[in-house]
Design a protein around this ligand. Structure first.
Ligand code: DLL
Length: 433
């Protein structure tokens, strides 16, 4: 369902006029209120008056995660603290967390965007949403929660963890929509099976999954195991949280970016050059309606491409393709660039291999080594050693053929790889830099 027909199906020309107006207002506000941006503009001899068209946005320098860290915790806020009603932060796994703030109006904008996202993903009033994204500083839990209430659906704020209890709730409350990270959704199905509950007998229709990369093959696996239609939702705390872009359940082919609030660009991560539609690079966002924490040309480190083709759902907003990974996720193994998502695609091609895997990178003398741990089904695991070894060799060969990197493959028994309640940990890199 399209919740906001006005904005979501607006002719491009009208939409672009609104985007430009909002962009100009945002530039005026950051220039006046955030010393970091004023300084950047001055250093580059730009004033807000120079931004006359959407093309002019390219003149403004990028903002990076390091810039946010340098201004930790509240230095990038564009409003006084007494207008900030909510604070979230990223997990900070790659350093100090980034802290983001919201005014009351921002919280409302976010709820509207999330209501629109949930509707695009198949939810409606009358649905019961089992929200297994973590509640807390992470934006997943509260983001979905406010959006669900705004939509008029019933939300179960179950959060992550306590998985067996979640299965009981699923059985007893009859939720129709599941929201979780894709890896946790798979874990839920695994635990359901353990306690003798089949997703076939539950009432779920749609699953709205995101917060981590997941391949098309993983989608097939989830849809098959959970008996649902699975759509991809994207977002990041620095831009607002979830609700930056979502697939429509009609097409499930690329995520519509809510362009009435965010301007996407894709750049060459090495040169900063803006790439034409269709070319893959690093995604960059400018927010055009946020009050407390606007970002201008923020480099997300996420890798994707943009697709301006019209969509069967009727939305006119541009689509971003599924994020394949992050520039900082890329492993360099003996000079070969490897993304965990590429390994995932190879693994998911194989029969009897479960969608639980981990990559362990190490250094043996001067040589990088990559070990792929992957779980196999009970049946294969209890088979004779020879058959297991053959399978390991076959997977290693496929990885070598597709990615050009040698890996040691180790099949492990079911449930050996640690399950995550939020974002899955796919890589353990033991190399000392
Ligand atoms: O993960 C917000 C979110 C919550 C999105 C729930 C979707 C659902 P952060 O914790 O700030 O925010 O992490 C943002 O997660 O830059 C991507 O690298 C990754 N990410 C988020 N959604 C997707 C997705 C939330 N659908 C970072 N596909 C982003 C791939 C994703 N990666």
């Amino acid at each position: 369902m399209i919740l906001d027909i006005g904005f979501e199906t607006m002719p491009r020309e009208d939409l672009e006029a609104i985007i430009l107006r909002r962009l100009k207002a945002t530039i005026d506000r950051v220039y006046a209120n955030v010393p970091f941006y004023r300084k950047k503009f001055e250093e580059n001899n730009i004033t807000p008056n120079d931004i006359k068209s959407l093309e002019d946005l390219k003149r403004i320098p990028f903002t990076t995660k390091d810039d946010l860290r340098d201004n930790y915790p509240f230095g990038m806020f564009a409003v006084p603290m007494d207008n900030v009603v909510r604070i979230h932060a990223s997990s900070g796994t790659t350093g100090k967390p980034t802290v983001v703030g919201y005014t009351a109006r921002d919280v409302n904008t976010w709820a509207e965007l999330m209501a629109r996202s949930l509707a695009a993903g198949g939810a409606n009033r009358g649905d019961i949403i089992h929200n297994a994204y973590g509640y807390g500083l992470f934006t997943g839990g509260l983001g979905v929660h406010y959006g669900a209430e705004k939509l008029g659906a019933s939300v179960i704020p179950v959060s992550g963890g306590n998985t067996k209890r979640q299965i009981v709730i699923m059985k007893d409350f009859g939720p129709t929509i599941l929201t979780a990270t894709p890896s946790y959704a798979l874990h839920l199905s695994e635990v359901a099976e353990e306690v003798g509950v089949s997703f076939k007998d539950l009432k779920f229709k749609y699953g709205i999954f995101g917060a981590e990369p997941w391949s098309e093959k993983m989608r097939d696996e989830i849809e098959r195991k959970l008996h649902i239609v699975a759509v991809d939702i994207y977002g990041l705390s620095e831009v607002i949280g979830p609700g930056v872009a979502i697939e429509c359940h009609e097409a499930k082919k690329g995520l519509h970016v809510f362009e009435d609030h965010f301007i996407p660009e894709v750049i060459n991560p090495s040169t900063g050059e803006v790439l034409p539609y269709g070319e893959t690079g690093e995604l960059v966002f400018t927010t055009i309606t946020k009050e407390a924490f606007p970002v201008i040309r923020y480099r997300t480190r996420d890798i994707t491409s943009l697709n301006p083709e019209p969509c069967i759902c009727g939305r006119t907003h541009i689509r971003m393709n599924k994020v394949s990974g992050r520039t900082d996720d890329m492993l360099i193994i003996r000079g070969v660039n490897v993304f965990p998502s590429q390994i995932e695609s190879v693994l998911m091609e194989m029969e009897e291999v479960e969608p639980h895997y981990q990559l362990v990178v190490d250094r043996d003398g001067n040589l990088d080594t990559l070990t792929v741990l992957v779980e196999v089904g009970e049946r294969l695991f209890s088979d004779e050693v020879k058959r297991l070894q053959d399978r390991e060799k076959k997977i290693a060969k496929n990885i070598k053929d597709y990615l050009g990197v040698s890996a040691r493959v180790k099949l492990v028994e079911p449930k050996v790889i640690a399950r995550s309640e939020g974002k899955a940990v796919r890589v353990i890199d033991n190399r000392k830099i």
